[in-house]
Ligand binder design. Structure first.
Ligand SMILES: Nc1ncnc2c1ncn2[C@@H]1O[C@H](COP(=O)(O)OP(=O)(O)OP(=O)(O)O)[C@@H](O)[C@H]1O
Ligand SMILES: [Mg+2]
Length: 464
């Protein structure tokens, strides 16, 4: 079951048990104890007989109970599948419309819902059978006891009034047993839900800070080193995203990573941020192994403009302040200006207070990217990682932002990923990657003179 369904659904099941289940259970338990005591007190022999029939009533609960529990888990899962599908399709509604897939998606959802319904019906059917069996057996048992009691009355060993009294108590007792068994079903469900909540809470991230983290000397110099780094994504153990990657970056240097799509450029950033640890090799900042650093220290030293910008539900100012929570309004404004975002934000209805994201203003690709750049500017970290940071911008705003970025790169170690070679020419060094390896490095001119992959990429871009 997807986590985003589990997080609200499982606690709800537990809440239902605690909210109403426990009160029903308590009431039923008190009533059962009272009725049982009254039964023993009125007619001990009949009460003894009743005690003998109880196991027969318990039998179907034990037999069917497990099945009901399994089916109820299955039907919850199917319902969650359908919810996940609806969520995915609605989020991608423009793609669905553009490819005219409304009918196909509706059919897919309909079959998911039908499947959920079928599972729910099986669960309800099994549960109804269980209830039927319990009712038949309980009434059978009452009839049996009544019959035995009637014989006593006929034989004159029991008063008819006592029998009536006993039957009344027995009905109370049976009612409370029914109540308890219903709650028991809920307890089983809640136990399943609690188990899953426990699993979720016990989940440990694979990448954690060391127990005794090393500290970086302040101010940081910003020297970066990759030593024979080899890395496979966990989902693709056979293909190396980075192979034998060795690179040394001097403090304050601006290095551009170029290469075809899938070359492993973004992967370099992911490893620097320790989203993953490489299987082989070492990485260090200022001579300190990344794995020796506390994660907040490491990530706090990095400002990232990712390849895809996430805009959160919140105001424009909040979205920029994501870069540094304690930034003042003035600083937010300055960052926005430097990132060429001030103008379009000011043009929004509420300016910096304008709500962005799902329920607010939807930004264009280039506007989103400028927010991401403003975040990075605000963060003011010694290491700057730009992953296609200006790919969605028009030539004019790109030129303006390039200047801001160049100012930002002064005195910081910067890694720039760009497909547009015009953007990388200002780098101190260009590193050409292909298939997870470094195939060449140098300046724009030296690489052109070398005539390898870079010259080929340059030829395609400048001739076209
Ligand atoms: N999360 C992931 N899980 C599995 N494989 C991945 C993942 N991310 C990337 N890859 C694979 O690793 C390889 C390198 O990907 P990477 O994102 O580093 O490429 P890139 O050079 O940034 O490409 P682009 O220029 O298109 O952004 C690709 O083959 C890609 O399919
Ligand atoms: Mg990439």
């Amino acid at each position: 079951m997807p986590v985003f369904v589990r997080i609200p659904a499982d606690p709800q099941v537990v809440q239902a048990l605690i909210g109403s289940g426990i009160s029903v259970a308590l009431r039923s338990a008190v009533m059962l104890v009272g009725a049982a005591a009254a039964m023993v007190w009125t007619a001990p022999s009949l009460a003894g007989l009743t005690a003998l029939v109880i196991p027969a009533v318990m039998l179907p609960i034990l037999l069917f109970g497990r099945r009901v529990q399994k089916l109820s888990r299955a039907s919850q899962d199917r319902l969650a599948d359908a919810a996940a599908m609806a969520n995915e399709t609605l989020n991608a509604s423009t793609a669905v419309k553009a490819y005219a897939r409304e009918d196909i998606e509706s059919t897919r959802y309909a079959s998911a819902v039908t499947l959920a319904l079928a599972t729910a019906r099986r669960r309800i059917g099994t549960r109804a059978l269980l209830t039927l069996a319990v009712i038949v057996l309980v009434f059978g048992a009452i009839t049996l006891v009544l019959w035995a009691g009637a014989r006593h009355v006929l034989a004159g060993t029991m008063d008819a009034g006592v029998l009536g009294q006993f039957v009344l108590y027995a009905i109370f007792a049976a009612g409370s047993v029914a109540g308890l068994s219903e709650v028991w079903g809920e307890v089983l469900r809640a136990a399943g839900a609690m188990e899953r909540i426990g699993e979720l809470l016990a989940e440990q991230p694979g990448i954690v800070s060391p127990a005794q983290p090393a500290t970086l000397a302040r101010p940081m110099r910003g020297a970066l080193r990759f030593d024979n780094v080899t890395f496979h994504y966990p989902t693709r153990p056979d293909t190396a995203a980075l192979a034998d990657f060795t690179l040394e970056i001097r403090p304050g240097e601006t290095v551009a990573l170029v290469g075809p799509s899938g070359a492993g450029k973004s992967t370099v950033f992911a490893l620097l941020l320790r989203f993953y640890d490489p299987q082989n090799g070492h990485m260090s900042i200022d001579g300190v192994d990344l794995r020796a650093l506390a994660l907040p220290d490491l990530r706090g030293a990095i400002a990232l403009v990712p390849q895809e910008t996430t805009i959160f539900a919140g105001s424009a100012a909040d979205n920029i302040r994501f870069g540094r929570q304690d930034a003042s309004d003035e600083e937010v404004r300055e960052a926005a200006k430097a990132a060429e975002a001030h103008e379009f934000i000011s043009a929004l209805n509420d300016g910096y207070a304008a709500e962005l994201g799902e329920r607010g203003v939807r930004l264009s690709g280039g506007q989103r990217q400028r927010i991401a750049i403003a975040r990075a500017i605000l963060r003011d970290a010694p290491l700057l990682l730009l992953d296609e940071a200006t790919s969605a911008l028009d030539a004019q705003s790109e030129a303006a932002i390039q200047q801001a970025l160049e100012r930002l790169e002064k005195g910081r170690t910067t890694l720039v990923i760009a497909h547009r070679l015009a953007t990388v020419q200002r780098a101190d060094r260009i590193v050409v990657m292909d298939g997870g390896r470094i195939v060449a490095q140098g300046t724009h001119d030296s690489l052109l003179a070398e005539g390898g992959l870079y010259a080929e990429l340059a030829r395609l871009q400048f001739v076209a």
